[in-house]
Design a protein around this ligand. Structure first.
Ligand SMILES: Cc1cc2nc3c(=O)[nH]c(=O)nc-3n(C[C@H](O)[C@H](O)[C@H](O)COP(=O)(O)OP(=O)(O)OC[C@H]3O[C@@H](n4cnc5c(N)ncnc54)[C@H](O)[C@@H]3O)c2cc1C
Length: 378
């Protein structure tokens, strides 16, 4: 068992941190789609939009653990967690299934995705199908021209700026799990209607929208895998998203911890630094312990993925550990900063708002507990 990152991993992370700091030191999170696209260009220039895309398509060809380390470095050095989340979702729930299941024609999208010119959004959730994705009602019917898609997806991260959607629709209503198929749908196709950006609590730098398919004809070559394979493809992409995406939050937690230590060492009350009060120092100790235990679980889940062992329980435990730690640490950071933490400019309240959805997206904590319980013999 070796817990040391290799020299290559260290060097890569240092390079990413330097590249991110260079481009994002003055960056201000924006909800203007044009500004968000510009931020993607900077992320692309730092090599982040193609981390796990094969080198054949201009990506870095990283596997799960190395992608996680890179996303952690991104989250450590960039305060725009919406951007970190959006880039990670583009990679893990979109590039991964296109790369692993796409036809040659679908894989042609990958070069643009790696370069950050083609932004991708994952479109699974529907109004009546959140945790229960078996209830999706979008349909895809094969005709001579291709698959005709009808349906509406309710929460698509990156949606307003996406050039392609990875989506799922029912091709055989009698076949249950085996009746769902996956598609890559270029936005330019007729019948793709993207709604206005949704108003959200946080992750401002990642715009989200509803996406409707109104008789959109998708060429058959954009079917991912085989007809009926969509359920398994979604599970594969979720293993990558749940296992790897949350590394960005490890980065946020590390940055936040450093800010809290600095504040506790410099803020003085009752004639001494507040870090001298045990109630404050133990809060910081607890934050570090949560960060490091979540980090170990995430690294292990990613390592298992790289061994070809998709361990659903390890991934669910890591996802839960990171998301709950991100929220608990953000609440502690707010308390530690006092009234300053409540003001927008200090950035601390934003960390809390960006952390709160982590126990919802990529499968809620309650669903992760179900997976863990089932894998534990219940
Ligand atoms: C920031 C953010 C980004 C997102 N991005 C995307 C995206 O890019 N693409 C996409 O397709 N979707 C996206 N989603 C949607 C996300 O996948 C869903 O919100 C999530 O799957 C939960 O579905 P729901 O919101 O409908 O909640 P529901 O499924 O309605 O759940 C409501 C509550 O009931 C609980 N519950 C439900 N079923 C069970 C059960 N069997 N046992 C115990 N408890 C249960 C849940 O845990 C939850 O607490 C995003 C969501 C957020 C918040």
């Amino acid at each position: 068992m070796d817990f040391e990152p290799s020299p290559i991993q260290r060097e890569r992370c240092a390079e990413i941190s330097a590249a991110v700091l260079e481009r994002f030191a003055e960056h201000e999170t924006s909800t203007d789609p044009e500004q968000v696209r510009l931020a993607w260009k900077d992320a692309a220039a730092a090599g982040l939009t193609g981390l796990c895309v094969s080198q054949e398509y201009g990506g870095a060809g990283l596997r799960a653990l190395d992608t996680a380390l890179a996303l952690e470095a991104f989250g450590r050095s960039c305060t725009d967690m919406g951007l970190v989340f959006g880039v990670a979702a583009h990679l893990l729930s979109c590039a991964v299934p296109v790369q692993d299941f796409g036809t040659a024609a679908a894989k042609e999208l990958l070069a643009g995705m790696a370069a950050g010119d083609v932004v991708a959004g994952n479109a699974m959730t529907e109004d009546e199908a959140g945790s229960d994705i078996g209830r999706i009602r979008s349909t895809a019917t094969l005709t001579d021209e291709g698959y005709v898609l009808h349906g509406e997806k309710s929460f698509v991260s990156n949606g307003p700026i996406s050039d392609v959607f990875v989506t799922y629709a029912v091709t055989d209503p009698t076949a249950g799990f085996l009746g769902v198929s996956a598609f890559a749908v270029p936005r330019e196709l007729d019948g793709v209607v993207v709604g206005e950006p949704l108003r959200k609590m946080g992750l401002d730098g990642c715009l989200a929208a509803r996406v409707r398919f109104e008789g959109c004809v998708v060429p058959a070559e954009y079917l991912l895998g085989s007809e009926g394979g969509g359920g398994a493809i979604f599970q594969h992409s979720m293993a990558w998203e749940r296992g790897v995406l949350f590394a960005g939050y490890l980065g946020q937690m590390a940055r936040q911890l450093a800010e809290c230590v600095d504040h506790a060492n410099n803020r003085r009350q009752f004639g001494q630094k507040i870090g001298g009060f045990q109630a404050v120092s133990h809060k910081i100790a607890r934050m570090r312990q949560r960060l490091e235990s979540a980090r170990l679980m995430l690294y292990r889940a990613c390592w298992l993925l790289d061994q070809g062992r998709t361990d659903v329980v390890a991934i669910a435990m890591a996802k839960t550990a990171v998301s709950e730690a991100a929220i608990a640490n953000s609440l502690d950071a707010m308390q530690l900063f006092g009234s300053m933490g409540y003001l927008v400019d200090a950035g601390i309240e934003g960390q809390l708002r960006d952390s709160l959805p982590t126990t919802i997206f990529s499968g809620t904590t309650e669903i992760q507990m179900e997976l863990i319980a089932r894998g534990t013999g219940l």
